[in-house]
Design a protein around this ligand. Structure first.
Ligand SMILES: [Cu+2]
Length: 66
């Protein structure tokens, strides 16, 4: 099942890679897809990862919007 989150502050592919890396370091099973323009982060392979994802996103310097 895919969980979707919104992340603010991403402006380019480098930002998307930073967020992807931060999430997969926290949750190695996560498969992450990011649409930079909309700020939508889709995560597959984990359930209830929201808290770990929020921490990873914020530690990487981006804004977790929910
Ligand atoms: Cu960027």
């Amino acid at each position: 099942m895919t969980e979707q989150y919104r992340v603010g502050g991403m402006t380019c592919g480098g930002c998307a890679r930073s967020v992807t890396g931060a999430i997969t370091r926290a949750l190695p099973a996560a498969k992450v897809e990011i649409d930079v323009k909309s700020g939508v982060v889709s995560v597959d392979g984990v359930t209830g990862g929201g808290d770990a994802i929020r921490k990873a996103v914020e530690a990487a310097g981006f804004e977790f919007l929910g």
